[in-house]
Design a protein around this ligand. Sequence first.
Ligand code: AMP
Length: 215
Amino acid sequence: MIVVLLGPPGSGKGTQAKRLSAERGWPQLSTGDMLRAAITRGSELGRRAKGFMDQGQLVPDELVIDLITERMKQPDCGRGFFLDGFPRNLAQAEALTKRFEQSGQEIGRAVLFEIADEELIGRLTGRRSCEKCGTPFHLASKPPRRPGVCDACGGKLVHRDDDREDVIRKRLAVYHAQTAPVAAFYERDGRLARIDALDGPEQVERSLKRALGIS
Ligand code: AMP
């Protein structure tokens, strides 16, 4: 199944995509992760994307649409995948629909993670993730056993440059202005499900599975 995960930064989309991806074998396609990897590699794409990301702004559509289109062609996407962080505005949603019309694919469900902005500020400022395997942690709610070290692989835990309060507030403003309308886009064609993202990860996973009709 092709699943679009929608929701503000910090709402838990990536965490849930990782959990279900491992269980179902549907890869997590995160444009944010792909862009950060491009920056780390020092590629031309990374160089062009970095300034926008540091400001909490969206990277230009043509860059991310090309990136995700290439990724979706990989053989591991054949049985389905999670789109995490894409589409991020109406132009991207329309480009995706067009691409799927050409390829005969279809979005099974779009799931909106609903949560208040003030909760997100606390979640994101305390968020840390492993630079090697991506496992997420939180200084208050899910601290690592050893400070700064990943429990899963021993990698170094990093604080994303854009998880600082001033940039978070900009990212939330961009979300409300540009990404929230994508939910209405999928609601119009009957594909949207909404889940409460304030609950803990186990409960959110149950809600997500119910929304996807899987157990
Ligand atoms: P994320 O990891 O999904 O929170 O994304 C981090 C940053 O990457 C965003 O604030 C944007 O600057 C950029 N980004 C990720 N996905 C997209 C997208 N689909 N369109 C434009 N910019 C994106």
